[in-house]
Design a protein. Structure first.
Length: 290
């Protein structure tokens, strides 16, 4: 019974965002080697409002090294203040402003992925595969970041599956009071805890050619983020005290997912994190050299 209540809480949390819009087509019409890797991936994944920002060679080097240094080889943020871009700092206010601006109006985080048809015969099988892989990745990411998955009882499986508003979802509540993820008894509502979920809309579709951004070979089940509500939601809900956890957890999850899975993290000026596409744990920025 408690597990059902917990799943219901997850489903309720999943309803807290979204607005209506029309679908937009995806494709390779915008693919170019002169674009950033983030842009090519985002457009392949249906983020049709993605934009690159042209910066000088020096600014490009500083921006990429700042993000690389912040995550480090162990995918751990070295600063307690995110990437430190909100106030400019060493990179300068002009570049900081460019980095923190959302490309187009991509102001919500999402996921997009291309499941090879030889790994899942049907779209439903592809959904089940992705959610199972996500739960494994989330469990590994939690261990790496010293986050304790919440359980109703000591022997319960903390990895939950749920359905809500036409979406299949999976996720966990995470605990580490030392970094701002409170225990259940410290808050009144589940929504005040740290929460990570992946929510995939139930939509029909047939395999299509893989986009150029991932090689362009073979048939895939494409799950695009081109609709304002019916898109794969990559939810990392944390209190302000744990804001630096968001990009770090995104990187850790992404690093454990297949090479055909991508997570887009929307920018946060308040917390100094730029818009990024995570590819196997590596953050890709929407910038190119002038």
């Amino acid at each position: 019974m408690k597990s059902r209540l917990l799943a219901a809480a997850l489903a309720s949390a999943a309803l807290l965002s979204g607005c209506a819009s029309l679908d937009r087509p995806t494709g390779d019409i915008s693919y170019s080697e002169s674009n950033s890797r983030a842009y090519n991936l985002a457009r392949a994944g249906g983020l049709y409002q993605a934009r690159d920002r042209a910066v000088s060679a020096d600014e490009f080097a500083v921006a990429t090294s700042t993000v690389s240094d912040a995550f480090g080889g162990s995918l751990a943020l070295s600063s307690s203040h995110g990437l430190g871009l909100s106030s400019g700092g060493a990179i300068g206010l002009g570049l900081a402003s460019a980095l923190l601006a959302p490309p187009g109006t991509m102001e919500r985080s999402s996921a997009f992925f291309f499941v090879p048809a030889d790994e899942a015969e049907t779209r439903d099988e592809a959904v089940e595969l992705v959610l199972a892989l996500y739960l494994e990745a989330l469990a590994g990411a939690s261990d790496a970041l010293a986050l304790e998955p919440y359980r109703d009882n000591p022997g319960d499986d903390p990895r939950l599956r749920f359905q809500t508003n036409g979406r299949e979802g999976a996720g966990m509540y995470l605990i580490n009071p030392g970094i701002g993820c409170p225990a259940r008894e410290e808050v009144e509502r589940f929504r005040d805890m740290c929460l990570a979920t992946l929510q995939i809309p139930i939509r029909s579709g047939s395999p299509t050619q893989a986009p150029l951004a991932i090689g362009g070979e073979g048939q895939v089940h494409a799950f695009a983020a081109n609709h304002k509500t019916r898109y794969p939601r990559f939810v990392l809900s944390v209190p302000d005290e744990a804001a630096t956890l968001r990009p770090l957890l995104a990187a850790q999850i992404s690093a454990r997912m297949p090479e055909w899975f991508f997570a887009y993290l929307a920018p946060s000026r308040k917390h100094g994190t730029p818009p990024m596409v995570f590819e196997k744990g590596e953050p890709q920025l929407f910038i190119v050299k002038k």
